[in-house]
Design a protein around this ligand. Structure first.
Ligand code: ADP
Ligand code: ZN
Length: 363
């Protein structure tokens, strides 16, 4: 059993990482008066039955959501809250979020606002959720105008990670998580980046020792960044490497063309290329980064989008300041820094992606 303490003073909590934790869930949840388990239909199909047996004898209500990002709405949150009220949950009750990032985000959000906050435990079942969204306490839902526009910072009671459940994940979902894994190496730990490169096949093959080590290191890195800056006032921003271009691509692809991880992988590639053009990293380091990114086999060609499309989408980013767009660039040796670029600075992007046809799909 790997254990990790997330040190956030009175909001501190532990992350447990081990194969088989889902089938031992009752060991991790204590004995609250009432519990509601929130999950989605796919996860329920795969793991619901074993949970039935396991949680027998407890007062556990179940809310099963339709899978997918379209579930993360205020309307759905309201339905969940109404159910919670009907079940008679109080501040002594417990919410368990069993599923990927979608379930974690909306269940965490509901836990954070129900009676001004009740305890919840995250049991992330996708690689992306295990290495990223379940750590750090960001919860929320989407609005028609943007992703995660309504939400809260709310820390769980604990995070229980079962590496075994990754075996049922489709490969595309694994790559979705690996995007963030590579990101941690680039922004925080060059030796980890080397490790990812050298063990890439074992990571993808979910070799138990390797995947456990990788998940632990990712949670550790995210935790130390979050501990320094819980509300994203400073250093936490480095977690957005690859995300400025990545989020723009997700928007342009209507959140259908790319998974989050694919968009971030492409974003990291082009943002690293920009960092090289600006002179922040040398070609040797650039090659090291891109060698790992290319191992994912994600297509890096984004010529179909024009620079105008990209800039338009990037200007909507909530991390921007005044007229400038916030970029996180690698600076070498496992470090990254924020730079604010103005519209005039975008000639670097023009050079990189060829500018596209400026009249095509312009807004
Ligand atoms: P994220 O990738 O942000 O964690 P989701 O919560 O949308 O996103 O999960 C992605 C998809 O994978 C959903 O369709 C979900 O039902 C499914 N899923 C989640 N966990 C597992 C699992 N362990 N095995 C198979 N499918 C899973
Ligand atoms: Zn991300």
């Amino acid at each position: 059993m790997e254990k990790l303490l997330i040190n956030l003073e009175k909001n501190s909590y532990e992350i447990y990482i081990e194969e088989g934790t889902v089938s031992q869930l009752s060991n991790y949840i204590g004995r609250p008066q009432e519990t509601v388990l929130i999950t989605d239909e796919n996860v329920e199909k795969l793991y619901g039955k074993s949970l039935n047996a396991l949680l027998k004898g407890r007062k556990i209500h179940r809310i099963v959501l339709p899978p997918g990002e379209s579930t993360k709405t205020l309307g759905m949150a309201e339905k969940i809250l109404v159910d919670m009220l009907e079940y008679g949950l109080t501040r002594n009750s417990l919410v368990i979020a069993l599923g990927g990032g979608v379930v974690g985000d909306i269940a965490g959000f509901c836990a954070s606002i129900y009676m001004r906050g009740i305890p919840y435990i995250q049991v992330p079942t996708t690689l992306l959720a295990q290495v990223d969204s379940s750590v750090g306490g960001k919860t929320g839902v989407n609005m028609p105008g943007g992703k995660n526009t309504v939400g809260s910072f709310y820390q769980p009671l604990s995070v229980v990670i079962d590496t075994g459940v990754l075996k049922t994940l489709p490969k595309r979902e694994l790559i979705n998580g690996i995007g963030e894994v590579i990101k941690y190496g680039i922004i925080y730990d060059d030796d980890f980046l080397t490790y990812i490169d050298e063990n890439f096949d074992d990571i993808l093959g979910l070799e138990e020792k390797v995947i456990k080590k990788v998940i632990k290191r990712c949670c550790d890195i995210k935790a130390s960044i979050v501990a320094k800056d819980e509300k994203e006032q400073g250093i936490r921003k480095i977690l957005n490497f690859g995300h400025t271009i990545g989020h723009a691509l997700e928007t342009l692809g209507n959140y259908e063309k790319y998974t989050h991880g694919e968009a971030v992988l492409i974003g990291m590639y082009y943002e690293a290329l920009m960092a090289k053009k600006i002179g922040l990293i040398d070609d040797f380091y650039f090659q090291k980064i891109t060698k790992v990114i290319k191992k994912t086999d994600v297509s890096l060609n984004m010529k179909k989008f024009t620079i105008k499309d990209l800039v338009y989408a990037m200007e909507k980013d909530k991390k921007n300041k005044e007229d400038k767009i916030s970029f996180i660039f690698p600076v070498g040796g496992g470090k990254a820094e924020e730079k604010l670029l103005s519209r005039e600075d975008f000639h670097i992007l023009y050079q990189i992606i060829g500018g596209g046809d400026k009249n095509e799909h312009s807004q």
